[in-house]
Structures are given as C-alpha cells and as structure tokens.
Design a protein around this ligand. Structure first.
Ligand code: SF4
Ligand code: SF4
Length: 67
C-alpha cells in the first residue's frame, strides 16, 4: 500500500519530498504529489511529516508474521 497524503492537513511544506529516496514525492506548483509507481514503501515520508498528514499502512511488508 502506498502512502496517502491528507490534503486537508498537509501544509505543502515539502519536508516529505526531501526525504523520499526514490524521489516519488515531487513538488509541482508548490503542491506535493506522489508518483505512486516510484514509491518503495520505506515510510520515511510519514515519519518526517510535521503535520502528520501522511497515512501509511504496509501490512505485508512491515508486520512480523504471527508465530
Ligand atoms: S514511502 Fe518512501 S518511497 Fe514512498 S513516498 Fe514515502 S518516502 Fe517516498
Ligand atoms: S511533509 Fe507533510 S505537510 Fe509537508 S508537504 Fe509532505 S505531506 Fe505535506
């Protein structure tokens, strides 16, 4: 699952763009966009966002397997 940016909370500060390793997050006309096909699901953007606007849920990748 890719990150979802809550645009009602996002301040378009660009902090997430700076930390995205594959540059999947880009600024266009001072707005942040996610190029989903480049996202590697690292979670850095969600950890960096000062507005807590990025919701991430990577169940298959991050959760330890039961047992
Ligand atoms: S999860 Fe990682 S690769 Fe995907 S948009 Fe966020 S920082 Fe970029
Ligand atoms: S770090 Fe958060 S508030 Fe800043 S542009 Fe990215 S999603 Fe928006």
């Amino acid at each position: 699952m890719i990150p979802v940016i809550d645009k009602t909370v996002c301040t378009e500060c660009g902090a997430c763009v700076e930390v995205c390793p594959p540059r999947a997050l880009v600024m266009r006309s001072e707005k942040v966009f996610l190029e989903e096909e480049f996202c590697e699901e690292c979670g850095f953007c969600g950890a960096e966002c000062p507005a807590n606007a990025i919701k991430i849920d990577f169940p298959k990748k991050d959760r330890p397997r039961p047992g």
